[in-house]
Design a protein around this ligand. Structure first.
Ligand SMILES: [Zn+2]
Length: 216
């Protein structure tokens, strides 16, 4: 979970203030030259704060280059330009998760006037308000969800895309076998042998994924 939000430099804070005081806000402002240094501030801060892990898939990217990372607006800026510079609405994301998540609505309720600061206001696993591992499990490149939010994030960011690509099977989000097994395991409803029998094929698949690099 992100603990430290970005603190804007005085120059950037001035740009943010001016934008926030505009009567009507346009997300296209994000791409303007005047915002370039501010974007870099945000990106550098959250790359460091997130320890080089994408906020959704959790895959490490040992780069600080802007061509490898996007600044993520958790509530998309196209739909919510009023939250474009809200510190808790920002994170860094890999290009693929960003592309899949797009401009999908992330709010559990009606459009909020102020930026909600509680986890239950969001459909997505929110990098500022949720502990990633409370909702999601990753084994190599296979993801399973513990919660509805985890499921939403797997589906909307298409986290199992890595598996799909390597194995060549796109399994639907409705396939809950792995998730069910994990839950039964956590609830101690299965013997170790039962778990082994169920998990063995998954482990085989996971080692196959681990030894092969995904190719486009
Ligand atoms: Zn990602």
């Amino acid at each position: 979970m992100i603990v430290k939000k970005v603190i804007y430099s005085p120059a950037s804070a001035e740009i943010v203030n001016q934008y926030n005081n505009r009567p009507s806000k346009d997300h296209n402002f994000w791409s303007e030259e005047v915002v370039k240094a501010l974007r870099k501030e945000m990106r550098d801060h959250y790359i460091h704060e997130q320890k080089h892990l994408c906020c959704y898939c959790g895959i490490p990217e040992p780069s600080i280059h802007g061509l490898d990372w996007d600044v993520e607006h958790i509530a998309p800026k196209a739909k919510h330009p009023e939250f474009m510079f809200t510190e808790a609405n920002l994170a860094v994301v890999c290009k693929e998760c960003n592309g899949h998540k797009g401009s999908k609505n992330v709010f559990a309720g009606a459009r909020p006037a102020d930026y909600p600061t509680t986890a239950d206001a969001y459909l997505v696993v929110h990098p500022h308000f949720d502990e990633w591992s409370d909702h999601l499990l990753r084994d190599h490149l296979t993801y399973a969800a513990f919660t509805a939010k985890g499921r939403w994030t797997i589906e909307k960011c298409r986290l199992n895309r890595f598996d799909e690509r390597v194995i060549g099977i796109r399994y639907p989000i409705s396939d809950t076998r792995f998730e069910k097994t994990v839950r039964q395991l956590l609830d101690r409803q299965l013997t170790l042998q039962e778990v082994a029998d169920i998990i063995e094929p998954l482990v085989r698949a996971a080692s196959l994924i681990a030894t092969r690099r995904p190719t486009d």
